[in-house]
Write a protein that binds this ligand. Structure first.
Ligand code: ASP
Length: 460
């Protein structure tokens, strides 16, 4: 395929050929659906063969079905350059020093129109070029640790990230931002909350649901909020900083062990589950919603506990699950299993003997609830009591993913199952709470009247 027709194939390529059109041509298209004027954009090799994509003057891209095209007039040619201008990030002695550790994801991306791929771009100079407000907030330096979409994060990256945080704290940084894909940000947030204990500075995870080339992107606002938090907040915990309500009024800071991505495409996708968020954040500052948090300190003490046993898994129970799934896990050498059970923490009777066999083989099995809100209660029904008698340990109100990473982290430290149990059931950073606040359920509806009501009461 020639560069002039980059990404076009099949019927779409035939139409380009017929009218002598190449990518980057400024064209006017006459179609059965109306007239369109714009620049012909390249397509990615994965796109379909039926559309010609135009960038309109408004900045939006439209796909025109080539079967509707009657006439294409070439008006000129304009190759677009999407390089973000690099500007020297200004440093001022009275501003906090913040480090951005990049792992990848949409936040570190912009669309490359040549290939249609999303490519990373985030040196301090590029960030300053794209979001100049950052320089009013802090002195920013950056380090790209990885460039992966977050489904590719795993123990190697978790450990490298925890160690990098330890190094930054030791070298005197005032706050840390971690740029991360949103899909698994809540896994990494809870892993880091366990691996980096009692940090003296804020550790703020941030991402974006929409890349920065899109008019509705949340990248700049989330970054500004994350920088404000890292530079000025008194809350020295691992937090997730993302859009609050569906409008862009404020961001929310969520405790790393109680947060979850709850919507596949909304920008306001992160929600604190079973509790209330730590704080709201605007470009003017952070307003805590509670006071039971780890506070910022001047010392440089922090315990980095970078352990992770990879033979741990999370099993999402469904009715009629067959017991051989558990047997297979034991056979493959799994050492820990977290089950997300139904209701208060249940699985079906046929699975019981397999659980007994797994426990007898020395596998640690913990129960969580797939309802997400609420506690495991295995005393209520005799089925729950039976399960406990077989050795399943209820994991209170730990979220299933959090119990999974905590078990992997604990089994990375010791194989003594009594010690593992002590670690699992001792709250370290809010992953188990004594009670669930009644309003910790309403906050989920963020942006709707419940959230506004709640803030009216708490903000005073
Ligand atoms: N798939 C991307 C990721 O999680 C989406 C995002 O960055 O939000 O890495």
């Amino acid at each position: 395929m020639s560069d002039a027709h980059k990404g076009y194939k099949g019927e779409a390529l035939e139409v380009l050929d017929r009218f002598g059109v190449a990518v980057w041509n400024d064209v006017e298209i006459e179609s059965t659906r109306g007239r369109f004027r714009g620049i012909v954009l390249p397509r990615s090799e994965f796109d379909d063969a039926l559309h010609l994509v135009l960038k309109l003057e408004t900045g939006y891209n439209v796909g025109v079905d080539v079967r509707t095209i009657r006439e294409v007039r070439i008006l000129g040619s304009k190759e677009a350059h999407y390089k973000i201008p690099e500007k020297e990030f200004p440093v001022s002695p009275d501003k906090a020093n913040v480090k951005l550790l990049g792992t990848g994801g949409t936040i570190a991306s912009r669309l490359d129109y040549r290939t249609g791929a999303v490519i990373p771009a985030f040196s301090p100079g590029e960030l300053y070029g794209a979001v100049p407000e950052l320089a009013d907030i802090c002195n920013l330096s950056t380090e790209k640790l990885f460039a992966v979409f977050s489904e590719n994060m795993g123990p190697t990256q978790y450990i490298a990230l925890a160690r990098a945080i330890g190094r930054e704290i030791e070298s005197g940084i005032d706050g840390i931002i971690i740029g991360h894909g949103t899909d698994t940000m809540h896994h990494t947030a809870s892993v880091l909350a366990f691996m980096v204990q009692r940090p003296p500075v804020p550790i703020v995870m941030v991402g974006s649901q929409r890349s920065s080339d899109r008019p509705s992107s949340d990248a700049a606002r989330n970054l500004i909020h994350a920088a404000t938090t890292a530079a000025t907040s008194d809350i020295a915990e691992v937090m997730v900083c993302m859009f609050g309500p569906t409008s862009d009024e404020y961001g929310l800071l969520h405790r790393g062990t109680r947060v979850r991505k709850m919507h596949s495409s909304y920008r306001s996708t992160f929600r604190t589950i079973g509790d209330i968020p730590l704080a709201t954040v605007t470009r003017d500052g952070v307003t805590p919603l509670r006071d039971d948090y780890n506070r910022r300190r001047q010392d440089r003490q922090v315990d980095i506990v970078p352990t992770f046993n990879e033979r741990v898994t999370l099993l999402y129970y469904y009715p009629n699950m067959h017991p051989d799934i558990l047997d297979a896990l034991v056979e493959k050498g799994y050492k820990g299993i977290v089950i997300a059970g139904t209701g208060l923490g249940h699985v079906n009777k046929p699975v019981y003997p397999a659980i007994e066999r797994a426990v007898a083989a020395g596998v640690a099995i913990y129960m969580t609830v797939q309802t997400l809100w609420g506690y495991v209660h295995m005393f209520v029904y005799d089925t729950g009591r039976d399960l406990m008698a077989k050795g399943i340990i209820p994991a209170a109100n730990m979220l299933p993913e959090v119990a999974y990473v905590k078990l992997a982290w604990a089994l990375g430290q010791t194989e003594d199952l009594e010690e593992v149990k002590r670690i699992m059931l001792t709250p370290i950073c809010g992953e188990i709470t004594e009670r669930e606040r009644h309003d910790g359920y309403l906050v989920f509806q963020g942006g709707m009247p419940e959230m506004a009501e709640f803030l009216k009461r708490v903000h005073k």
